[in-house]
Design a binder for this molecule. Structure first.
Ligand SMILES: [Zn+2]
Length: 523
């Protein structure tokens, strides 16, 4: 080969390499993954005029999916947070509820309860939490398994909301311990809190809010009517705790800023992850419902807080280096009494009556006995020991209990374990949502669903159904390769993880069932 030829080939190889590098988009330095707990999609529309900060910026500069839903029926915190960055349904991730009856250890367990770990930074010796019950990988796990240098951190008031989005290989998850008023973690991550977290705890910033009143965001002075007070027994509604006020979110945001600066997030060679879950919206929403002015107020304050966080990230990581994704873990139903007053359906049901109806039917047919293990009436666990000693057919016992439950007023559907495992369910969206929420080794023996707008709670409101007010949530992406506009097609929250995997050029998480939202990506 002549020298010229070799030079030419060499030039060609380098040129090809450059062309390839130009074709491969640059990865963001930081993924800022945000969940607002119990933030219904329609809060973006109802309070739009009042947003002038973070939510406004995301709505104007982001890809806004206006019809994003969860695929699963059990729309609760743990399940939403485990779906967020895994793309998995509970039928694969194993996170079927906030808590369930664990037949192996014969006790109720939470989604993150881990007796092998201990709490770090709170009450000494208290049991810790970890992602061990999550059966699949997350985006954070896949970044690390890809071999990229990455720091990933989760933070929230709730342990499950801090732990589940970031997954198994996270550097740390931090949550708030109301007993000690400290940010805590568990021995799964660290034997001791990092210095910067200890320092933040030592500042005792919660003391700012002792005895405070939550006034409307635009109150001119103290004469405005407060939404709640941190002092119990006053004329004003008792807030219940710091977590149930906008100050809970403020403490989370403050922690997120400290994490970014102390852990130098967005300044490592690969891609860092900061998952922030704002919990206070959920506590407030449960107490007063979606139509109360307090929910509007905390939504507006969330807009301001998000703006503060986005500005801070821009300053620390540099504009254009961060990919922001925002969603909620579930929606919420209206308060039944509010619905009743406006001629809408709905009301309150009793778990005690439902349980009694099933127990009576089983007693009548098979004789008296402790037929159920401690479990919610809407996902009961049968006493398999008793069924075995009486030499009964579990399928038949399920059927008798299901038949009894289905005759209770305002029960829409009852599914048995047998039917769900055999795939014998009504082939519509609700049948599919219940099936996707069912994981044989962990789920109960019946899944009982009430009619829309009916609740088993005695006060306030809740969520946890496959109805649209619970499944429809915001879903917004913002970053350098994202085409900013509104996307009206129906998508699933499960599409977030595969889309992030495509942007980051890494393996999709193990249980991901979503699709890449290629319509919003610049080529
Ligand atoms: Zn909730």
């Amino acid at each position: 080969m002549t020298r010229t030829k070799r030079t030419f080939l060499c030039f060609f190889a380098v040129a090809t390499l450059f062309a390839w590098a130009a074709d491969t988009p640059k990865r963001p330095r930081l993924v800022l993954a945000i969940v607002i707990d119990q933030f219904r999609y329609d809060y973006l529309q109802r309070f739009r005029q009042d947003y002038n900060s973070g939510l406004k910026r995301m709505l104007e500069q982001g890809a806004v999916f206006t019809d994003a839903h969860y695929l699963h029926a059990a729309t609760v915190t743990a399940v939403g947070h485990s779906t967020f960055l895994s793309g998995a349904t509970p039928s694969v991730s194993g996170i079927i509820a906030n808590e369930w009856y664990d037949r192996e250890s014969n006790q109720s367990v939470t989604s993150v309860f881990d007796p092998k770990s201990k709490l770090v930074g709170g009450v000494p010796g208290a049991a810790g939490s970890s992602p061990r019950r999550l059966l699949v990988s997350t985006i954070g796990d896949e970044i690390k398994m890809h071999g990229l240098e990455s720091h990933s951190i989760g933070v929230s008031i709730k342990d499950r909301s801090a732990i589940l989005p970031v997954g198994h290989m996270a550097d740390a998850a931090y949550w708030y311990d109301p007993d000690s008023n400290h940010w805590v973690t568990s021995t799964y991550y660290y034997a001791e809190l990092p210095g910067w977290v200890r320092k933040l705890n030592d500042e005792n910033r919660y003391q700012r809010y002792l005895g405070a009143k939550w006034l409307p965001f635009d109150a001119k002075d103290d004469s405005a009517k407060p939404f709640c007070s941190m002092v119990a027994g006053s004329e004003v509604r008792f807030c219940g705790g710091l977590e149930a006020t906008p100050w809970g979110n403020e403490m989370i945001e403050e922690f997120a800023e400290r994490a970014i600066s102390s852990e130098e997030l967005g300044r490592h060679a690969g891609v860092d992850i900061l998952a922030v879950s704002f919990s206070s919206n959920d506590y407030v929403g449960h107490a007063v419902g979606p139509d109360d002015p307090a929910v509007r107020d905390i939504s507006i304050r969330t807009d301001r807080l998000l703006g503060k966080l986005l500005d801070y990230v821009d300053g620390q990581v540099g504009k254009g280096n961060t990919l922001v994704v925002l969603t909620a873990d579930h929606g919420v139903a209206p308060v039944p009494e509010v619905n009743e007053a406006r001629k809408m359906p709905g009301g309150r049901l009793s778990e005690v009556l439902l349980s009694r109806k099933m127990t009576d039917a089983l007693t009548k047919r098979f004789g008296p006995g402790k037929w159920f293990l401690p479990s919610p009436a809407t996902m009961p666990y049968l006493n398999l020991e008793l069924i075995k000693t009486r030499k009964l057919d579990p399928d038949e016992v399920e059927r008798v209990a299901a038949q009894a439950a289905s005759t209770e007023d305002h029960i829409a559907r009852v599914y048995t374990r047998h039917d769900l495992l055999a795939g014998q369910v009504q082939r519509d969206d609700i049948g599919r949502a219940v099936s996707l929420g069912f994981y044989g080794p962990r789920s109960g023996d019946l899944v009982i669903l009430q009619e829309p707008y009916y609740l088993f709670e005695a006060t306030g409101t809740s969520h946890g159904t496959p109805y649209d007010y619970d499944t429809h949530v915001p879903m917004i992406f913002m970053g350098s390769r994202i085409k900013a506009r509104s996307y009206p097609e129906r998508v699933a929250v499960n599409d977030i993880a595969p889309t992030l995997a495509a942007i980051l050029q890494i393996q999709e998480p193990a249980g991901s069932v979503g699709r890449v939202l290629s319509e919003m990506l610049e080529p």
